[in-house]
Each structure stands twice: as structure tokens, then as C-alpha cells.
Design a protein around this ligand. Structure first.
Ligand SMILES: [Mg+2]
Length: 372
């Protein structure tokens, strides 16, 4: 079997120049083979830049577009292809967006392998540890505490036993941060699992430490990305500030960055995104490293049903990862792009015994939002 083509699909809602919140664009790849098998992958990244990363011609031996590097390769040689892409793009790739684009291709290769061998991806990864995964809901808070509490109430009624909020106004104003957390905590009750995501907006150790102290009465389960992931010493110092766990790492790529983050930032929870960190292949390595250090892995996941499917296959095949993120995005790219998107039901997502990722794209949605 040989790879014969790599198609890049860039989607955007509603138009290129309009403001883009979370989940309003998507980057998909289709990897074609000479047997007719086609793999689908995605990356939660900047679509147009990732497109260039895949389609660029060679500039020199270590500065190439990924498509050219993998054309003609046997798609079943997933690790060999990963290593080849990494090596031959190590000037323009190696971290960040280069790895995002590689992640999409890697996921597509696992999709192909599962179809070829006719066993689920979790089986190729070593077997299924669980039939269903507990899922926490992520929502963007409203501008007021009262409206934010109403969102939380609605989600709790839908069956969520764990919720997180972040983005929007959270992190902009200390008093408002506290008021929103208080209102949501009071709405959900003292025992409900609740976490917040600062998306690095607290910026400095000093401010973050002060906020953690102020929020202690609301016993949050974790505080996510209080500061930039580069500030590993800041993370390490924050770990001791209160009893609340610290999490981070959604922006990091490869086992190398996670090795640093695990060793220096000393967070309680790492949150690699399977569509950014290097795909299913690299996620496995990051998981092994985290497990060896007693650090929990709860993946980041806030994009389309393709990310969702890949994440669930990976998680099903781990002994220790028992919690996943379930986006509450209302973007059609989350709700409608994958016709058979894995549903959230009664607090859980059931692991499907499908062949491949099992995603069926709605081609009308693709055509409607495709910009490239
Ligand atoms: Mg986050």
C-alpha cells in the first residue's frame, strides 16, 4: 500500500475576515492510498498556516512540506513516517505548527491502519480498558455571574457531573472572576466537580497566586493554564499555593516539550491535545512519561467530531485516563461536521467499537464552509 495524495481542507465560519471565537474554523486532512483506503485527520490550529506546512515545496533537506515527504510511503509504517516527517521538517517544524500539521497526518494514518487490519484503533493501541469515558463539559462564561450560573444549571440538568469554564471575560477582572466562580459554585452545589481555565490570562505568578488564594473557598478541582506554559518556574511555584490542582500543556507539542513541562512545571494534570501534540503516536509517548511520574493526563479537546473520535480511541486504550473534555461549542463545525459525532449521554461518552475513526463527514457542511 502506498500514499498517493494528501488533501488539505480548510473550513471557516462564517467568513475569513469576521471575528473568530472558539471552534469557528477547522483544518482537516485526507490521506489517500492506492488501495482506495482513505484516512481522515485534523489539527486544532491555524488552518491556512498548516496548509502551507503540508503543501510547501522543499526548501532544503530539513525544510520541507509534509506531503512531499510522505508521498509513496506505506501508510502502515506509522512511526517510521512520523520520524521521517519530523527529521525532514526540523527547520520549519519540530515544535508548534509543524507538529500540529504532523498530528493531522498521524491521526489519518491510524484511521487507515484500523481500516486495513479491520480492528478498532484502541485494539491497535493495546486494547480497551473501558466501555465508556466520563466527560466534563466546557463552556465559555457569560459576561455576568448570574448568566454564567444559568449556563451551568442547564449543563448540570443535561447530565454533566463535571464542568469547566474559561475564555470570554474570565481572567480580565479579578473581582468579576471571583463573582463568576462564586455564582457558578453556588448554583452547582458544594460537591459538584468544577474547574476553571484561565487560558494564560492571569499572566504572572504573583497575580495568579493571589487569585488562587481568593478562590480557595470555592474548592475548584483544578485551575488550568494560569500563566503561559513557558513560565515553568511560575507553574512549579503555583503548585504549592493552595490545595487546588494546577493543569496545563494544551499548547505544547512533542514528548520533548512535555518532558520539560513534567520535570519543571510540576503540574498535577497535563492536557495535551491529540490534534496538536503530534497525533495518536506522540500522545502515547507523552502518556507513558506522565504515568511514570504520577501525573494525570486529561486531554484537551475543543474542536470537531474528528478530534473527539481520535481522543476517545486513545483514551479507551489507556489504563489511567478516565476523564475527557466534551466541548459545548455551538459552532456547526462541532455540532454538524461529523454526522455521527460521538454523543454525550448521562455523564459519559461510550467508546465505539468502530473500524477506523468511524467519522462520517457531512459533505454539505464541508462544501458550505470550505475556504480552501
Ligand atoms: Mg484550556
Amino acid at each position: 500500500m502506498k500514499i498517493t495524495d494528501v488533501e488539505v481542507i480548510c473550513l471557516r465560519v462564517p467568513s475569513l475576515d469576521a471575528p473568530c471565537e472558539w471552534g469557528d474554523d477547522a483544518f482537516l486532512v485526507k490521506v489517500y492510498t492506492d488501495t482506495g483506503l482513505v484516512g481522515i485527520g485534523e489539527s486544532d490550529t491555524s488552518p491556512m498556516v498548516a496548509k502551507a506546512m503540508i503543501e510547501a515545496p522543499e526548501s532544503n533537506l530539513y525544510c520541507g512540506g509534509l506531503k512531499r515527504i510522505i508521498m509513496g510511503e506505506n501508510p502502515l509504517e506509522i512511526q517510521k513516517i512520523w520520524d521521517k516527517m519530523y527529521w525532514q521538517s526540523n527547520y520549519n517544524g519540530r515544535r508548534g505548527l509543524g507538529i500540529h500539521a504532523m498530528s493531522a497526518i498521524d491521526i489519518a494514518l491510524w484511521d487507515i491502519a484500523s481500516q486495513y487490519y479491520q480492528v478498532p484503533i484502541y485494539m491497535l493501541l493495546g486494547g480497551k480498558y473501558r466501555e465508556k469515558l466520563r466527560a466534563y463539559g466546557t463552556f465559555v462564561p457569560a459576561d455576568t455571574p448570574e448568566e454564567s450560573a444559568l449556563i451551568a444549571r442547564k449543563l448540570k440538568a443535561e447530565g454533566f457531573t463535571s464542568l469547566k469554564f474559561g475564555g470570554g471575560v474570565l481572567g480580565d477582572d479579578p473581582d468579576l472572576d471571583c463573582a463568576i466562580v462564586k455564582a457558578v459554585r453556588e448554583e452547582l452545589g458544594a460537591d459538584f466537580e468544577l474547574q476553571i481555565d484561565l487560558a494564560t490570562k492571569w499572566r504572572t505568578y504573583g497575580h495568579a497566586a493571589g487569585m488562587m488564594k481568593r478562590l480557595e473557598p470555592y474548592h475548584l478541582n483544578w485551575i488550568e493554564e494560569p500563566v503561559l506554559s513557558d513560565d515553568m518556574d511560575g507553574y512549579a511555584r503555583l503548585s504549592g499555593v493552595s490545595g487546588t490542582k494546577i493543569s496545563g500543556g494544551e499548547s505544547l507539542t512533542t514528548r520533548y516539550e512535555f518532558q520539560d513541562f513534567l520535570n519543571r512545571a510540576k503540574v498535577d494534570i497535563i492536557q495535551p491535545d491529540i490534534t496538536r501534540c503530534g497525533g495518536i503516536s506522540e500522545m502515547r509517548k507523552i502518556y507513558d512519561m506522565a504515568t511514570m511520574q504520577g501525573t494525570k493526563l486529561v486531554p484537551h479537546g475543543f474542536s470537531t467530531g474528528i478530534l473527539l473520535a481520535a481522543t476517545v480511541q486513545f483514551l479507551a486504550a489507556t489504563e489511567q485516563c478516565d476523564l475527557m473534555e466534551y466541548s459545548q461549542s455551538t459552532s456547526p463545525l462541532f455540532t454538524d461536521l461529523v454526522k455521527n459525532r460521538l454523543p454525550f449521554e448521562n455523564g459519559y461518552v461510550t467508546v465505539p467499537d468502530c473500524i477506523g475513526l468511524g467519522v462520517e463527514l457531512d459533505e454539505e457542511i464541508v462544501a458550505k464552509y470550505r475556504i480552501w
